[in-house]
Design a protein around this ligand. Sequence first.
Ligand code: FES
Length: 254
Amino acid sequence: MAEFVRVADIADIPDPGKTLVEVDGDMVALFHVGGTFYAIDDVCTHDGGPLADGELRDYKIACPRHGAKFDIRTGAALSMPAVRPTRAHDVKVEEGGVWVRLRSAAGAGGPPLHGAIAVPVVPTSTCCTPAASREAGGSTAESTGAGGPLCEDRVREMLKEVKDPELFVNIVDLGLIYGVTLSPAADVPGKQHVSIDMTMTSPACPAGPQLIADTKRAVGASPEVSAVEVRIVMDPPWTPDRMTEAARDQLGIF
Ligand code: FES
């Protein structure tokens, strides 16, 4: 097992505060919050973003690249586009210094040590609550009314063609579709105007413009549709528990 390595003096890191340290050749983000020190890999599991450079709020660090958030106490991924935890390490305070011992893998060996300070146990993931949304079971051909007049369920089926370019999961199963509204097109008799309320996994989602364009293309291809309007809605914010079981299976989240 790795040994504890002294990485900083206690006084070096304000509370709240963070810094980047090296432990046995690995770069580790070290945090000081509420009188306790925490250490996680300086690596976002989405695409390697440097977590120590992110914004720290309470016990959450936001990746500066695409906004995924991690719990600094456990390394758990709290928001997309990250779905896997980053490694959390053991930390102790001794002889005026902060010491870190590397763990071998994310989630290995139980909760990290935090010197003599008791730390409440928090969930290692927020992604495990079964979704109770309408998307959970998917729409069957029978329920979508395929072949009948255009309806919300048929539009949702069309939207399943649109996939997040990073996660390769469709936007319906990801829980990004908040609402679909159809209304008769005023200018084209017999056709429908489709309005879609869609969210993003994070406000800075780099795939946003592509998802909007793909959404308009997928629904607009129907001969029954005159126009497609996409509204981006960030309230309520997207959370991983909006994903269907199918999406969780695809992403390997249990
Ligand atoms: S690299 Fe961290 S969110 Fe993309």
